[in-house]
Ligand binder design. Structure first.
Ligand code: OX2
Length: 812
């Protein structure tokens, strides 16, 4: 890529404005400048993009396709500039032009094509694949509406549509010539061929075009550019029907609308299934377009028989959402490419690998047989056959499993069980953190684990340190480079060299000052957004993630209420000032989650204006939490709240992002917290609460008695009574459902059970914070060990352990 100087860039921006819009620089709005800049960057990317694709083709490289219903890529302008090696010059150029660089970057709307961790993981993986020169691409859906925009009105979450495409999106290229036809419904007819074998014809189908939009995935200063291909649903116009159809105008409009619905919006559920036919349609739309495309590219590029596809192609499915790709590949191989069942099955199970992200039963997808069969008759036939063969194999070849067949069958109780389909049809099944994989092997999927022990493996999640440290926290990143040199940028594990400096007081002061600047910046942002002044020297205690009962934002807000009660009883109490920062979206239909958001906002509205509390306690709920907001909050965090009910959070990735930015974790022994603990130990994080074994043990024995705790712990009783009696609401009934959920439904997520240890852990936090020097040592220790959680490391593990993929280094 061409190295631009700041002046060169400035001139080029001015030239583009002139040529494209007839505009003088002085007349250009921030948006105009953003588009001019994005078009320059895109122009820089194009040649490398073409070259990379050509190289893969010429060298017949093996490729991985990451299939995901979600890619939470956020904003790309800064990361593209960074990866192209143009960020610093751009910042300088924009300043010279009299613009605030962040204002220009903020013109890009986040592409919020994901809900949370699962979608963001996919985006981090793409970044690492390109940065490590792996041939790896994403396939997803180009939703016209991304995750809803959240507004908080009178404390309540209100959802607004996220029409992120209302302005042109500068990073995508429409590739109409590569569109693919998708078939829904219709009938399947069977014929006997001359050789006696059967032929299936899927006829009278509803046809939809899948049009690809390609987004470049730029590697970090290495000229590798892979592709994120997002499919958009459009009406199919058969050539012969182009004329004389005016009579059907309204019918056509309706038809067109129903087709465009398929890629209309992202389902806003996280760790929860949304059992709707439209969602099933979206899933099949994604996999049918992707699988047809993969097979087409294989045939074009490799000139090999399809039986050898697994040597050149591996398909990683992100949770079960794309697991219909398995029967879809069988369909294409058998019905279109004339492979036998056995040959097609060998290819399919040699190509697919499945990542599981949760053991929550409410998230395990199943689809009603009638719905699947009606919408996808040929696919259903294939699933049925997969199931028949699998059950037969169990019956005849695994006699010890006969009793378990109902729990293992792909079709059971009138439903198609997607996780079972994914396990049977893949050569690899992985969990996303060590404990999660162990739970899969020994509990949730133990029946399958004993059948196929070799399929199961762990790949602990990771995050791209380029976006989450280098780009989001330039102050800290620059300091790290000053201390240990720049090699950590390409080899993040080298952050460990920081351990040599944990006793260097003057240096620790510099770390403190980098954090302080970020806290000041966040305090300014909070003031501008909410009008509330927070003390930038208070502890910034952060919980940012989707709102879910198992993530226990409720436990956090109970702690806040407890502190508030203490301060009300004794306003002179000597406490370290705290700012509690929340960011969370609740699924629109998740009533209790929305009540918890309302409770947090209600507590905030009382605490923040109470004179007795003064500056000792502030509660901030930042609305519309998304990737861009995370980039502002994470560099400023002192405390990272990772307090899920043990065994429930498969991994978590926010825990890694905050650790990498020097926050200390308060958390349960759950998900990847355990692996953070392996590295930094009890001295450098605050672990509390029930273990996963204890939680699972309670579940097996019908839970524990929440009422006992209510009756014996005055602090708990006071908080719950305050909820019930309406002390935190405008009406008495306000938060009674939270109250009853805990006491009448016996506290399914162990909020009360973990209350006492959580309070104690927070006391230790406070004591530790008072010792600035010791706090800084712990903070730097966390940064030093965080390199292991770079997604580069995770991707290396996938590449060697599952994909058998080679880095594609160009030899010039
Ligand atoms: C999330 C998990 O809840 C989270 O623990 C994990 O870190 C993340 O995926 C990435 O692996 N939907 N979202 C998740 O799982 C599902 C299903």
């Amino acid at each position: 890529m061409q190295p631009y100087t700041a002046d060169g860039l400035k001139d080029e921006i001015a030239r583009r404005l002139q040529v494209d819009k007839g505009q003088k620089l002085e007349e250009a709005s921030p948006k105009d400048v953003y588009y001019a800049l994005a078009s320059i960057v895109h122009g820089e990317i194009m040649p490398s993009w073409n070259k990379t694709q050509q190289k893969y083709k010429d060298k017949k490289a093996k490729q991985v396709y990451y299939l995901s219903m979600e890619f939470l890529i956020g904003s790309l302008i800064k990361s593209n500039l960074l990866n192209c090696g143009m960020l610093n010059q751009t910042i300088e150029a924009l300043r010279k032009m009299g613009f605030h660089p962040e204002e220009i970057f903020a013109q890009e709307q986040d592409a919020a094509l994901g809900n949370g961790g699962l979608g963001r993981l996919a985006a981090c993986f793409l970044d690492s694949l390109s940065s490590l020169d792996y041939p790896g691409h994403g396939h997803g859906i180009r939703y016209r509406y991304g995750l809803f925009e959240q507004r908080i009105i009178h404390g309540n979450q209100v959802e607004l549509p996220d029409y992120w495409l209302k302005d042109a999106y500068p990073w995508e290229n429409r590739k109409e010539e590569e569109a693919i036809l998708i078939h829904f419904r219709g009938e399947v007819h069977m014929f006997k061929k001359n050789d006696g074998s059967l032929e299936f014809k899927h006829e009278n189908t509803d046809k939809v075009m899948a049009v690809p939009y390609d987004i470049p995935v730029v590697g970090y200063q290495n000229s590798t550019v892979n592709t994120l291909r997002l499919w958009s649903a459009e009406p199919y116009f058969p050539p012969e029907e182009n004329e004389g159809q005016e009579d059907d105008f309204y019918h056509d409009l309706e038809h067109q609308h129903s087709i465009e619905q398929i890629t209309g919006f992202l389902y806003p559920d996280d760790s929860n299934i949304e059992g709707k036919e439209l969602r099933l349609k979206q899933q099949y739309f994604l996999v049918s377009s992707s699988i047809q495309n993969i097979i087409r590219q294989f045939k074009e590029n490799y000139q090999l028989p399809l039986s050898r596809l697994p040597e050149k192609v591996v398909i990683q499915i992100n949770d079960t959402h794309p697991s219909l790709g398995i029967p879809e590949m069988m369909r294409v191989l058998m019905d279109e490419e004339n492979l036998s069942w056995d040959a097609a099955w060998k290819v399919t199970t040699g190509a697919f690998a499945y990542t599981n992200h949760t053991t929550l039963s409410e998230a395990l997808e199943t689809w009603p047989v009638e719905m699947t069969e009606g919408l996808l008759p040929r696919i259903y036939m294939i699933i049925h056959e997969i199931n028949e063969r699998f059950c037969r194999d169990l019956w005849f070849n695994h006699k010890e499993k006969r009793e378990e067949i109902p729990q293992l069958a792909v079709i059971a109780d009138g439903r198609v069980h997607m996780a079972r389909l994914a396990i049977v049809g893949s050569f690899s099944v992985n969990g996303v953190a060590r404990i999660h994989t162990e739970i899969l092997k020994n509990q949730e999927m133990s029946g399958f684990y004993s059948l196929y022990p070799k399929k199961f493996n762990n790949k602990t999640n990771g995050i791209t340190h380029r976006r989450w440290l280098l780009q989001a926290n330039p102050g800290l990143a620059g300091l790290i480079t000053d201390v240990i040199g720049p090699n950590w940028i390409r080899r993040p594990k080298q952050l460990i060299s920081l351990m040599k400096y944990t006793k260097d007081r003057p240096l620790l002061e510099k770390f403190a000052s980098a954090k302080q600047q970020n806290k000041q910046a966040l305090a300014n942002f909070i003031h501008q957004r909410t009008g509330i002044a927070v003390d930038p020297h208070s502890i910034f205690d952060v919980q940012i993630k989707r709102l879910h009962e198992y993530k226990r934002q409720l436990l956090n807000i109970f702690h806040v209420i407890y502190l508030y009660n203490e301060l009300k009883d004794n306003p002179q109490l000597d406490v370290v000032p705290r700012t509690f920062i929340f960011g969370a979206k609740a699924a629109p239909s998740y009533y209790l989650a929305k009540e918890i958001i309302k409770l947090i906002n209600t507590v905030a509205s009382i605490v923040n204006y109470d004179k007795d509390v003064k500056d000792k306690l502030k509660v901030i709920f930042l609305e519309n939490y998304n990737v861009s907001l995370a980039e502002k909050i994470i560099p400023a965090a002192d405390i990272s709240e990772q307090i899920s009910t043990a065994s429930k959070e498969a991994s978590g990735t926010g825990n890694m992002k905050m650790m990498m930015n020097g926050a200390l974790t308060i958390g349960t022994m759950d998900g990847a917290n355990i692996e953070i603990h392996d590295l930094v130990g009890d001295d450098n994080m605050f672990i509390f609460g029930l273990s996963a074994e204890q939680v699972m043990d309670y579940y097996r024995h019908g839970g524990y008695s929440a009422t006992d705790i209510y009756n014996t712990d005055d602090r708990v009783k006071r908080i719950l009574d305050q909820l019930k009696l309406g002390e935190f609401g405008s009406q008495e009934i306000e938060f009674k459902d939270i109250y009853y959920n805990i006491l009448s439904h016996n506290d399914p997520y162990f909020v009360l059970k973990d209350f006492e240890p959580y309070m104690e852990a927070h006391e230790i936090v406070e004591r530790t914070y008072r010792d600035t020097y010791s706090w800084l040592q712990k903070s730097v220790t966390n940064i030093a060990y965080s390199g292991k959680f770079s997604s580069d490391h995770t991707i290396q593990q996938y590449a060697t352990g599952i994909w058998n993929l080679k880095q594609f280094k160009e030899k010039e």
